[in-house]
Design a protein around this ligand. Structure first.
Ligand SMILES: [Zn+2]
Length: 103
């Protein structure tokens, strides 16, 4: 493969968003949520009591991937009772997203 092709592929690195994910032994479902039906106006939500992560169905590409990372950190925050603020979680989201995209 040409070097240029490899580089091109790398910059297009996608973060896989599965339908299910194990977080600390809890089987989470990742569900697309339609804002019009739910009336909820946020990119994503984490519900620890029912092991669900919702992501707005309108989100595409990098915004969707970054949102997924955000909700994973929300889950970690909830399970470990870290008491991170939403702003701190957003900071971690952006830092990790940038690292993952460059893998
Ligand atoms: Zn948040």
């Amino acid at each position: 493969m040409h070097r240029q092709m490899i580089l091109k592929e790398k910059t297009k690195m996608k973060i896989k968003i599965p339908q299910n994910i194990d977080i600390f032994g809890h089987q989470y479902k990742i569900i697309n949520r339609d804002e019009k039906i739910s009336g909820v106006d946020s990119f994503g939500s984490h519900f620890g009591r029912v092991n669900r992560i919702y992501i707005d169905s309108k989100l595409r590409g990098s915004v969707r991937e970054s949102c997924f990372i955000h909700e994973l950190i929300e889950a970690v925050n909830w399970h470990l009772q870290l008491k991170l603020s939403h702003e701190q979680i957003t900071g971690l989201e952006n830092g990790l997203f940038q690292i993952f995209k460059k893998l």
